[in-house]
Ligand binder design. Sequence first.
Ligand SMILES: [Zn+2]
Ligand SMILES: [Zn+2]
Length: 320
Amino acid sequence: MAAQRRVPQLPSSSTNQSVVVWSGVLPARNASKSAFSCKVFLGGVPWDITEKDLMAAFRQFGELRVEWPGIHDKSLKSNRMPKGHLYLIFEEEWSVKCLLGACTYDFHHGQHNWFYKVASKRMLVKSVQVIPWQLADAVYTQPGYDPKHVANMGAGKIFVANLHGMITAEGLAKITNEMFGGVIAATLDTDKTKYPIGSGRVTFGNHESHMMAIRAGMIDIRTAKFSRQIKIDPYLEDSKCSLCNCDLGEFFCRNLMCFRYFCDRCWTWQHGSGEFRDHQWMRRPPRATTSYSSAAEFCPSSGISSGADDLDSLLSSMSL
Ligand SMILES: [Zn+2]
Ligand SMILES: [Zn+2]
């Protein structure tokens, strides 16, 4: 693609962004028990556990399949070594409720904990942690705003990547609101089982907060349980070129001198000389090619990870 050649290879330090730090306590996960993803995280799994062992333990709750960590990493595919955690994907949500009902449960340090006993060859019986995902945790709207209308409201949105598996939409809203203010909603991107994939969106009610988040570019999150740098980018939507207002604005310039959409021609015109030459473009792929989640597939030229990479980082982040 012609536009690809125009991207200057800048060292990351040239982006001039200083990392802002958030530390605190994240809100507890939803306790409504309304609806669950059919995908369940299993932590503390014996290293020698096999698919057969897992089926023996969980098949009683319904049809399921196992998703091993690193499944999207082709180099790992040949030796499917469990890493102490994996996912069970049931066919029915009802199975998840049955499984949780059969677990031992406690509420500790603001967290719901479910445990279930499994057996493997080496470790005869071991309690593994079962972490379900409640669909309500993927969407959050600040009190006072109507969730039905919030999608079309707001002064600006950001796309957030590299989220930790313990960050819910409410947690994301809390973090970004405390850092930048003005947050009215947050949504996590999910896969087809409605399980979060490690990215999301935050909607701001005012322009200043939105731009403060864009300028920050990152938040260094520190909690008692984990530390994680999450990445902030403009959230790209379908838009016309802001110069000619005629062609599709395929390229977005995130430099604050521009911060707008351009068509191919207008990008070249705008960025042909002076300091504009160093601007980097972002774009979203055409909808037809998005296979995972359209929001997770944004591929800014700065090299944000794709949806699949986010999934793997989520997987590794959840090894408790
Ligand atoms: Zn144009
Ligand atoms: Zn520009």
